[in-house]
Write a protein that binds this ligand. Sequence first.
Ligand SMILES: Cc1cc2nc3c(=O)[nH]c(=O)nc-3n(C[C@H](O)[C@H](O)[C@H](O)COP(=O)(O)OP(=O)(O)OC[C@H]3O[C@@H](n4cnc5c(N)ncnc54)[C@H](O)[C@@H]3O)c2cc1C
Length: 393
Amino acid sequence: MQFAFTPEQDAFREELRAFLAAQLPADWQVKNDREAMTDAEFAYSQHFAHKLGERGWLTMQWPVEYGGRAASHIEQMIFAEEMAWAGAPLGFGFGTQLVGPTLMVWGNEEQKARFLPPIARSEVFWCQGFSEPGAGSDLAGLQTRAERQGDDYIINGQKIWTSEGQYADWMILLARTDQEAPKHRGISYFLVDMKSPGITLSPLINLMGSHAFNQVFFDSVRVPAANLVGQENRGWYVATTTLDFERTGIARVIWSLRQFEELVGSVRRERQAGVTWPSGGQLRNRLAELRIEFEIARLLCYRVGWLQTNGIVPNYEASMAKLYGTELIQRFGAAAVNILGMAGQLEPECRRAPLQGRLERTYQAGLSYTIAGGTSEIQRNIIAQRGLGLPRG
Ligand SMILES: Cc1cc2nc3c(=O)[nH]c(=O)nc-3n(C[C@H](O)[C@H](O)[C@H](O)COP(=O)(O)OP(=O)(O)OC[C@H]3O[C@@H](n4cnc5c(N)ncnc54)[C@H](O)[C@@H]3O)c2cc1C
C-alpha cells in the first residue's frame, strides 16, 4: 500500500481548499446530516451543489461522458474529506453515491444516458426505498409487490425510514415480483418517479426533532417496465451493489474530527483561563486516544478508496470502515458531552450552549449512524463471515 498522495492529488486538495475558502460564506454553519434544513439553507445547499456539479466534482470518478472527471476513488475521497472539513454543503448524496454507481454497473445504455448526467449536475434528487416495517436487516424479507401489467409494473406496499424522501424526485425501489420464489430470488429493482399518482409520504420525526425521514405508501403506482434495472427477479444482486457503495462514510469521520479539534481548542482555552478538571491527566489521555482512533478510522476509509482505485470491489473492508467510524463517532459524542459538563447537553438554540450546541447534536445524531446503512451487528456478521471466514452462527 502506498502511504503518500501523488503530487497531482496534493495539488487537487490545494485547489479545492482555495475554492472552498473563496466560495463559502464566512458565517456558514454546517448542520448535522440528521437535522432539518431551513428553506434558505436548502436553497443555498442546492446552489452550492450546482457549482460543484459544474466542475464535475460531485462525481469525480465517473466517466467524462456522464459528467465525471474520470478521476480515481482516492481523489473522490480527498474531495469528500475537504468538503467535510470545511463543513461545505454537498447537496444530496443518494444520486451521486448510490444510484449513479449502481446504474453504471447494472443499468442499460438508455438508463445511463437518461439518469446519470442530471445526477452529476445535481439537478435531480433521489431517495432509497429499501427498508419496510418488517424488513430492515433482513431486507430480502420485503413485502412491497410489483406486478407486471402490459408495459408497466403496478406497485403496492409501504417503505419506511426513507431519508430525504420529501425532497426526492426519484426513488430506487426494491419490490417483490415473484411471490413463490425463495426470498432473495423474487425481488426486482426499479427507478420510480416520486410524482407518480398513488405515492403518498408521511413524515417521521427523529429523536432530534427533525423531519429527516418518511414513510412512503404505494397504492397501485404504475412504473414503466423500462425503469426495471437489471433482470426481473434478480434485483437482489443490484441491491447488494448499492449497499456496497453505501458503507464507508469518510465524510462523517472527518466532520466529527473537525468537531474534535474544536473541542480540544475549547478545553485549551478553558485551561488557559484557569479552569481545572479533577482528573486532568485522564482527560488528556482520553483526548489523545480519540485522536488516534480518528486516524485509524480515516485509514480504514482510505483502504476502501485504495481498493476501489485498484479495481477491487470492497466488501468486508467497507464494513470495517463503517463499523469503526460510526462507533467512534458515538464514543466521541459521549466523551464530548461529558467533558463539556452539564452545559454540554444544551441544544443549539440555547444561548449558553458550548460550541453552539454542535457536540450535543453529534451525540444525538450518532445514535442513528450505527443503524442506518446496516447495523453494527450486521457489519460484524459480514466481517466475521467474509473477512475472517467464520461459519454462520
Ligand atoms: C437515520 C436512518 C436513516 C435511514 N435511511 C434509510 C433510507 O433512506 N432508506 C431505507 O431504505 N432505509 C433507511 N434506513 C433504515 C435502515 O437501513 C434500517 O433501520 C436498518 O437496516 C436496520 O433495520 P431495522 O430498523 O428494521 O432493524 P432490525 O433489522 O429489526 O434490527 C433490530 C435489531 O436486531 C439486530 N439484528 C437483526 N438481524 C440480526 C442478525 N442477523 N444478527 C445480529 N443482529 C441482528 C439489529 O442489529 C438491531 O439491533 C435508515 C435508518 C436510519 C436509522
